[in-house]
Design a protein around this ligand. Structure first.
Ligand code: GTP
Ligand code: MG
Length: 203
């Protein structure tokens, strides 16, 4: 898919204020600092679209970006950022969970995992929660440029084996780097396919 335009639409603290049109929308979630905003910039080819930072906890709102005047990318705050107080963390979690459970336009959720890390409980629990709630998701491994090709493949393999201990089958998996742009075509092609389906709940 070719990206002709990508522009910021709106930021909100609740999904209830998100755009009301029935357009396809794809949200990006994962632990703080995993590379969500960077990936969105890489996909859209605009390094300044979503705000990135080397300090975790940069994105704190539900941010909508309109792509090709027809569908949305949504940048969500990261989860599990311990340095914020309990109150703020709970507020963010409520915002994220409300969005994921109730946003009918969300065609797919992309869950980002840092390819350098071992499987972490917080992510595995999050996958379980998505499964329990029937949320369609794919896993995007990030920062593969930070590993050699073999090490990257090995880590992803190990991660998938761990998932298969509790999941019968794996969701779609993408290997990406916002630095060298790998995985961009695959992700955009996947979205292009999903864009052909009707928007909204399938039942
Ligand atoms: P929060 O909004 O704080 O939850 O973080 P985020 O998940 O949006 O992460 P962000 O995109 O802001 O990136 C965090 C840090 O990781 C930044 O310093 C990025 O430059 C770096 N980073 C993100 N993706 C990559 C990547 O693919 N390769 C490398 N080498 N660095 C990356
Ligand atoms: Mg961010």
């Amino acid at each position: 898919m070719i990206i002709n335009s990508a522009r910021f639409a709106i930021s909100n603290s609740t999904h209830r204020k998100s755009p009301s049109e029935m357009r396809h929308e794809y949200a990006f979630i994962g632990r703080s600092n995993v590379g969500k905003s960077s990936l969105i910039n890489m996909l859209t080819g605009n390094a300044k679209l979503a705000k990135t930072s080397s300090t975790p906890g940069k994105t704190l709102l539900i941010n909508h970006f309109l792509i090709n005047d027809s569908w949305y990318i949504v940048d969500l705050p990261g989860y599990g950022f311990a340095q914020r107080g309990k109150e703020q963390r709970e507020k963010l979690e409520k915002m994220i969970r409300g969005y994921i459970l109730e946003r009918e336009q969300m065609t797919n959720l992309f869950v980002l995992i840092d390819s350098r890390h071992e499987p972490m409980k917080i992510d595995l629990d999050f996958f379980d929660w998505l499964g329990e709630n029937g949320i369609p998701f794919a896993i995007v491994f990030t920062k593969l440029d930070k590993l050699g090709n073999d090490a990257g493949r090995r880590n992803v393999q190990r991660y998938c084996s761990r998932l298969l201990e509790t999941w019968e089958e794996l969701p779609p998996i993408f290997l990406t780097s916002s630095e060298d742009k790998r995985g961009r075509e695959e992700l955009l092609d996947y979205i292009e396919q999903l864009n052909k389906l009707p928007v909204g709940p399938s039942e």
